[in-house]
Design a protein around this ligand. Sequence first.
Ligand code: FAD
Length: 471
Amino acid sequence: MNRVLALVERLRDRFGERAVVTDRDAIAPWLTDWRGRWTGAAEALLQPGSTEDVAAMVAAAREAGVALVPQGGNTSMVGGATPPADGSALILSLRRMNRIRAIEPASRSALAEAGVILQTLHEAANHEGLRFPLTLGARGSATIGGLVSTNAGGTQVLRFGTMRGLVQGIEAVLPDGTVHDGLSGLKKDNRGTSLDQLLIGAEGTLGIVTAARLRLVPAVAARAVAWLGLASPHAALDTLRALEAATDRIEGFELVPDESLQAALSEIEGTRAPLAGAHAWHVLVEATAASPAEEAPEALLERLLAPLLASGLVEDATIAASESQAEAFWRIRDSLSEAEKKAFGPATQHDLSVPVERMPTFLAEASAAVEAAFPGTRASGFGHLGDGNIHFHVRAMARGRPGWIDHEGPAVTRLVDDLVTAAGGSISAEHGIGQMKRDELARLDPARVATLKAIRAALDPGGLMNPGKLT
Ligand code: FAD
């Protein structure tokens, strides 16, 4: 019997069928990534119910020399949680560890196990008049362990930062099976390099996150969502800077090119143009208030936008008149990828960042460079302008070019990644590296990869934690 099957049998005897699933139909949904781009194989899906069980499973796998692929909600955009195709690894799913151990209003923090789904945490915090201020489109599936391990971002980063800034401590099983307990919530702790920070964004290569202590903020008492029409990304950035100079209550600032808006209006049922006139670019702005004592967000936005409209920096603006209209504005933003895919066909997708001030120029120059190098393509981007993070898409507008992504996609990606690197940016702003960007990271940043490999080899000499991802 090979060592993978022998380990599965041993674990099954010890932990039972609920924790060691071998039924092929039950495993199948977890073998393919969210985008449907990679499919792997695994003899078993391990589903531990406690930190002690994770530690015992990791120790047993290490002894047997069998690799483990940690998995949460499997919403990775870069194939990060998909096992290798040769069946040499087992999936270690944290989804059964889904207890919120505590919501602590006094310290404004939550203690959540790795398998807690983001939306569940939102609801639990809200129940206590608090909020976990990170959200993203996959909030109904993505888990705390996955969010920590990818240092996830989302639409509220502008005000509250990424996971790295929201995690106050981590409990994790290290590759040798020992448990790191960083959950005590110390405000000050200078015992050398932070193991918590080392684990954030490590994509499961340095250990299994089993729980996290997370920062909470007061719940939103009111919000206002505005839709602006502008001439250019430069005008959008000037608008953001003007708003930020006057208030720290801007939470969302999402840039949308007109062609993406038009795609949403034609392809997504029930969407309506927020503004009557035509504009080359658009921005969705969200402002919030944590208490009724603060100036109402609508009044705040009206007051701050008035001079920008008068000066012509903002061509037109409307503030959602109701919560359902606010949701309708966000729906347009959230459906852009789907709308573009339906309207324009497949695209190469680049989750990139450059220093915020450089983004407007980068967008113009990179689009022109890509379109010149690959005639017949169209490049544009939308997303988190305030974070310097744009989802940059390159598509073959002539729909009669089937398979162009397979032929030209890698060359397009290399060009975009070269342009990002030359602009001092990152080829992965928030989705991570996974298996999708591993080769490009090695090509463009060998020094970083060598260091990451050295850290990985020190903690996991057998290379058994999420092999084939990140480095
Ligand atoms: P998985 O996909 O299961 O795993 C992700 C990575 O983390 C893998 O490398 C996995 O091995 C590792 N991992 C998972 N759990 C653990 C653990 N407990 N311990 C150690 N390693 C672990 N991301 C953003 O940042 N911003 C966005 O705005 C955003 N929007 C999205 C919208 C949609 C519709 C979708 C499908 C995805 C989006 N994502 C976004 C990507 C994705 O949701 C995030 O990367 C999320 O953090 C993944 O969580 P998960 O639980 O699904 O992790």
